[in-house]
Design a protein around this ligand. Sequence first.
Ligand SMILES: [Zn+2]
Length: 256
Amino acid sequence: MKVYFLGTGTSQGIPVIGSQHPVCFSSDAKDKRLRVSVWVYDEQNSVVIDCGPDFRQQMLRAQCPKIDALLFTHEHADHTAGLDDIRPFNFKQGDIPIFAHARVLANLKKRFDYIFETENKYPGAPSVVEHVVVQNIPFTVGTWSIVPIQAWHGTLQVFGYRIHNFAYLTDVSFIETSEIEKLKGLKVLVINALREEKHHSHFSLQEALDFVTLIQPEKCYLTHISHSLGFHEEVQSRLPKGVSLAYDNLEISIEL
Ligand SMILES: [Zn+2]
């Protein structure tokens, strides 16, 4: 199974428009971060988690040929604003299955009402098949069983997803013990780490590292990174063994 990091930046992306922060002027490609998303695939299955405003560019540069399912963590714009750009996949494949919490689906229906129109729908508008994700109920995509992991983004419920021994969690500031149980025996954990300073709805770097110590995956990749965390190379050099900062276009292989 492969995991391709389509984007690893926080909601504004890096560089931030108009920012004078040195990281926003970095010439290191690893300091350029699109909005957070991953593509998980093997020979039979292809799943994209979240569909932010950089989705089109991400699909082009990853050369993603098909999407069996689009999974949403939550409704914030940096995770959903690219939904209109699934149309090329619709033209090739037909309706795209989308998986999200019922609240997230309701929010998408409000913001992308034309996608969910049942009468006089504009020909060529995106088309989706909705699937409600419920806590404690794994679901199937292709040959994969996917386990939803519930967490909290400040006061907002979010879902992370576990596929075999890989788990992806972003925009997390708290996770209940019962959900932590579902993260045992991971080969790879992806978790968000925004910056050094505390934040009301995201793990700081230290909180993310404490979480890694608790979960003990074989390897961990940090994502949803702010420019204020610092330069990639500098931050990477002081991370503990087995923990890496993810960066855009990083692709990892996981033995099942
Ligand atoms: Zn976010």
